[in-house]
Design a protein around this ligand. Structure first.
Ligand code: FE2
Length: 426
C-alpha cells in the first residue's frame, strides 16, 4: 500500500486530472488514474499541485525587525543600511532565532520550503551566523535553508570583514557572498570579486553576490563576476543577485554582457518587490523600475530566479514571505504577461530557484522528494492572480501545513452566494 495519493491534480505544465503517488517520502508515479490504494488520500479536485516555492534570496537575520530601534523614515536603501547598523549592537542570538523561527513558520505555511538567506558577517561577534546555523539544523526536516556569508559593510571597505567571512565559512556557512558595488571604488569592487571567487574555488563552495544593486549604468561588476566565474571554472555555482544596474545600462553594452554571463554559466536573481521599491530613488520622471532585464536574461538562456529579499525589516515594511506575491510583482515589472511568460514567472519562484540553489531531487518526476504544495487555484495563472491559500504543504510525503479553503459567504437579500474568486477558465 502507498503512503499517500493525491488525486485529480492540475500541474504547472498544464496537465490536468493527474494522480501523484508517494512512498517512503518520494514520488513514485505521476499519472492519470492510479488505482493503487494508499494510507492517506487527498482529493486535489482540480487544484494546482506544484513542487514547493523556492526563495533564492533572503535576509533571515534582519527579517521581522520592523520598528527596532526605529522605522526607516525615507524608505531608501541607504537609510536601511544605516538603520541595520544601529540595530546590530542590540542583536542577541535568542532574538535573532525567535524572529527567524517565526519567519520559517510563515514560509512553511506559504509552501516555501527552500530559502537561500544571506547572513551579515560584518559584526565580529558573528551572532547572526551562530543563530542561523542552529536554525538551519532545527528546520532541516521541514525546509532547506542555505546560508550565504554576506559582508554587508564591504569585504574590503570594512576592517576585519575578510577575517569574519572566513570564520563564518569555517563555522559551516554554505555560500560565499559579496557586495562589490559597496566597496570604495570600482577597482576595490573588482578586487573583492576576484578574492571572493578565489576563496570559493579553494573551498569548493558556491558564490552568491549582491552585484551592482544600484542605478549606475556604468557599474561593471557583473562582467567582472562573469570573468572570474569563467576563469576559475565555477560555472553553475555562481549567482549574481539584484543586477539592477543592468536596467540602466546602455543597450549595446548589455548585448555584450548577456553572452558573457551565459558563457560563464552564471545564475541571475532578481528581487522584484525590493528592486521596484528601492531603485530609481534619485529619478524625477520618467522613473526607472530598476529590476534587472529578466526577459532578456531568460531569452539569452540564463537561469533567472526570484527572491523575496526582505520581510518587515530596515529596507521593506511589507510581506508575509509569499513567493507568489514576488512572482506577481515580477511579471508586472518585467511586463511578462504573455501565456508562456506567466509560466516562466511561476518557474522563477519554483524550478529556476531550485536550479540556483542546486537542490537535488526537486520536482514532480518519479524519484523526486515528495515535497508538494496544493493551492486553491486551478492553474498557474490563477495562482499568480489570486496568491491563494496553500491548502496542503507536504514535505517528504507528510502534510506539515494545512489551511482551510477561503470562501466568502454573501447574504444578499436572503439569497446566499459563495465567492472564492476562482474563474471557470482555470
Ligand atoms: Fe539582499
Amino acid at each position: 500500500m502507498l503512503d499517500l495519493v493525491i488525486r485529480g491534480a492540475s500541474l504547472p505544465d498544464g496537465r490536468r486530472g493527474v494522480d501523484i503517488a508517494v512512498q517512503d517520502g518520494r514520488i513514485v508515479e505521476t499519472a492519470a488514474g492510479i488505482t493503487a490504494e494508499a494510507a492517506r488520500e487527498i482529493a486535489a479536485d482540480g487544484c494546482l499541485v506544484t513542487p514547493p516555492f523556492v526563495d533564492s534570496h533572503f535576509h533571515l537575520d534582519a527579517a521581522l525587525t520592523y520598528g527596532h530601534p526605529r522605522v526607516n523614515r525615507s524608505g531608501t536603501l541607504l537609510e536601511g543600511i544605516a538603520l541595520w547598523g544601529e540595530l546590530k549592537p542590540h542583536l542577541t542570538v535568542e532574538a535573532i532565532q525567535e524572529r527567524a523561527r517565526r519567519l520559517c513558520h510563515w514560509s512553511i505555511a506559504r509552501g516555501t520550503l527552500a530559502i537561500r538567506s544571506h547572513v551579515d558577517v560584518s559584526d565580529p561577534r558573528l551572532l547572526a551566523v551562530q543563530a542561523l546555523l542552529e536554525i538551519r539544523e532545527e528546520f532541516r526536516p521541514y525546509l532547506d535553508l542555505q546560508l550565504v556569508a554576506f559582508p554587508q559593510d564591504g569585504y574590503l571597505r570594512s576592517a576585519g570583514c575578510a577575517e569574519n567571512l572566513a570564520r563564518a565559512l569555517d563555522m559551516g556557512v554554505d555560500v560565499v557572498g559579496g557586495i562589490p558595488h559597496f566597496e570604495r571604488t570600482m577597482e576595490e569592487g573588482a578586487a573583492s570579486i576576484k578574492a571572493l571567487c578565489e576563496l570559493a574555488a579553494e573551498r569548493g563552495l558556491p558564490v552568491d553576490m549582491h552585484c551592482d544593486e544600484s542605478d549606475d549604468p556604468l557599474s561593471r561588476h557583473v562582467e567582472t563576476l562573469a570573468f572570474h566565474t569563467r576563469r576559475l571554472a565555477l560555472g553553475g555555482r555562481v549567482t549574481g543577485s539584484h543586477l539592477t544596474s543592468m536596467h540602466s545600462m546602455d543597450n549595446y553594452y548589455v548585448s555584450k554582457l548577456l553572452p558573457l554571463m551565459k558563457e560563464a554559466g552564471m545564475h541571475a536573481v532578481a528581487n522584484p518587490l525590493i528592486n521596484i521599491t528601492l531603485q530609481g530613488r534619485h529619478d524625477t520622471y520618467p522613473k526607472r523600475r530598476g529590476m534587472t532585464r529578466v526577459k532578456e536574461l531568460l531569452d539569452a538562456g540564463i537561469n533567472v530566479s526570484f527572491g523575496h529579499d526582505c520581510v518587515m525589516d530596515p529596507w521593506y515594511s511589507f510581506g508575509s514571505h509569499d513567493m507568489l506575491e514576488v512572482a506577481h510583482m515580477g511579471l508586472h515589472v518585467a511586463q511578462m504577461t504573455g501565456v508562456e511568460e506567466m509560466r516562466r514567472m511561476f518557474a522563477a519562484v519554483t524550478t529556476n530557484g531550485a536550479c540556483t540553489l542546486g537542490l537535488e531531487n526537486y520536482g514532480l518526476a518519479p524519484g523526486c522528494h515528495a515535497d508538494l504544495v496544493i493551492l486553491q487555484a486551478g492553474d498557474v495563472q490563477e495562482a499568480l492572480r489570486l496568491k491563494p491559500v496553500r491548502l496542503y504543504v507536504i514535505r517528504r510525503g507528510r502534510v506539515i501545513s494545512h489551511t482551510p479553503s477561503s470562501v466568502a459567504q454573501l447574504d444578499l437579500d436572503g439569497s446566499p452566494v459563495a465567492v472564492d474568486f476562482r474563474h471557470p477558465a482555470a
